[in-house]
Ligand binder design. Structure first.
Ligand code: FES
Length: 157
């Protein structure tokens, strides 16, 4: 993915001292691409002089930053305690099998990515997962398969 340099220029202009506001800068960058790409980091370094090691240090320290691309549908499988006890592993295994990709990867068509995350805050419906902003709970392998299939079908229409 090529980085939108003009958008990064605009982001850097917003902040008087981009190095002091690095977290906010990176949040804005992530809002463009969905993750912090290596190209974005290199471009920020080129324009602002902030060392790439410092940018990568901040980006990898905070859990909110993603260093890999995500799909149009970002599936987050909860591996928190309640979900773990109630079958999160089966949910994760099903997502992996249905999508045919490893955790952290994106399907070739760019539609789906999946990752394991800590508690999503909806333990009462464990095991749970989120797809973008929508939570799905009390999941069985069949439900997971159906949810992903129906999204695929919608996308093919
Ligand atoms: S442990 Fe999964 S939602 Fe809380």
């Amino acid at each position: 993915m090529s980085v939108e340099k003009s958008l990064i220029d605009e982001i850097l202009k917003k902040y008087e001292n981009p190095e002091e506001s690095l977290i906010a800068v990176l949040q804005d960058v992530q809002a463009i691409d969905g993750y912090i790409s290596r190209e974005s980091v290199e471009y920020i370094t080129e324009i602002s002089g902030i060392p790439s090691a410092r940018i990568m240090g901040v980006a990898s320290f905070y859990a909110g930053f993603r260093l890999k691309p995500v799909g149009k549908y970002r599936i987050m499988v909860c591996m928190g305690t309640a979900c773990h006890v109630n079958g999160a592993e089966r949910v994760g295994d099903t997502v992996k099998r249905v999508l045919g990709i490893e955790e952290g990867d994106v399907t070739e068509d760019g539609l789906f990515s999946w990752e394991e995350v800590a508690c999503l805050g909806c333990c009462s419906i464990s095991p749970a997962m989120m797809i973008n902003d929508t939570a799905y709970g009390k999941l069985t392998p069949d439900m997971v398969t159906d949810i992903i299939s129906s999204i695929r079908e919608e996308e093919l229409k």
